[in-house]
Design a protein. Structure first.
Length: 291
């Protein structure tokens, strides 16, 4: 895949996390991978209803993205440990501080531009005011008198702005983490053919535990669509308990969804040939009648 892919996924204590907001947005828009927000919101740290970065991804989602070339996995602890030792060099440390200073300057410029635009909009509204009585004139005089104070307040706000890095992408550049990429990125234990099949066909997925399945499957972004399927994966030769079929089918139908079963059919020898067919994912939908 072309730049800005692949994106970095940090493996920390067996969990797969994306800390960069731009990377999380990119995965959601172009790779139809949502993940789950698991971080505390900085402005409301004492609640756990509205969460923020990082985004946690399921192992099967990570395996599918690595296979497509959309992401790579890094041992975050080892990468940070080795890279931070190099910042004992004053030159490199000063270069990182300078990059933070540039981020602050760009943020200050954006805030100053927004403040100037807001002031221009207020002045334009006053000019177009149809009320020409003394009250309107007095209001205009008062606004003009307050303008220097507002400008001074905006300037002081611009000067006092601070930038807190939300991820360590700048601190640990991509070029320094090559040797910390996980060797078992395509582990068979993390592979999930059904998840990969659904992602490749443009579906979005979220955890389906509350509906008794592995995945809730959406035809588009979950913020815009309701789920169409409740999906569970089974091995090709794995017996499926009848209670799973009954419970999944009835529950999915009750919430206006279809229960989707899927598995990977292994490669088999073609008739009259020594070549084997490629493994393929087969899916079946179940809807309960008379509900």
């Amino acid at each position: 895949m072309e730049a800005p892919f692949p994106v970095r996924i940090a493996c920390i204590a067996g969990r797969y996390l994306v800390f960069d907001n731009e990377a999380a947005a990119l995965l959601r828009r172009q790779v139809n991978t949502n993940g789950v927000l698991v971080g505390t919101a900085p402005q409301q740290p004492t609640q756990n209803i509205f969460l923020g970065l990082p985004v946690e991804l399921r192992p099967e989602e990570v395996e599918a993205m690595v296979r497509r070339g959309a992401a790579y996995v890094v041992d975050a602890a080892a990468a940070h440990r080795d890279t931070l030792h190099s910042y004992r060099d004053p030159v490199r440390r000063q270069a990182y501080i300078e990059s933070l200073r540039k981020q602050k300057e760009s943020a200050q410029a954006a805030l100053a531009e927004r403040s100037a635009q807001r002031a221009a909009e207020v002045a334009d509204k006053l000019k177009r005011s149809k009320n020409k009585k003394g009250a309107a004139a007095a209001a205009a005089v008062a606004a003009a008198a307050d303008a220097p104070e507002q400008a001074a307040g905006a300037a002081s706000q611009v000067k006092s702005i601070g930038v807190t890095p939300t991820c360590s992408t700048g601190l640990v550049p991509a070029g320094t983490v090559a040797k910390h990429r996980r060797a078992d990125e395509l582990s068979l234990a993390e592979a999930a053919p059904l998840c990969r099949h659904l992602l490749d066909n443009g579906y979005h997925m979220t955890p389906g535990l509350r509906f008794g399945a592995q995945y809730s499957v959406y035809p588009g972004d979950p913020l815009r669509f309701h789920a169409h399927f409740m999906a569970s994966q089974y091995d090709w030769d794995e017996p499926i308990p009848i209670l799973d079929i009954v419970a999944g089918g009835r529950l999915a139908t009750a919430v206006k969804k279809a229960f989707l079963l899927g598995g990977e059919q292994p490669a088999v020898a073609a008739a009259g040939s020594d070549e084997e067919t490629k493994p393929q994912v087969r899916t079946f939908c179940l809807e309960w009648a008379a509900m």
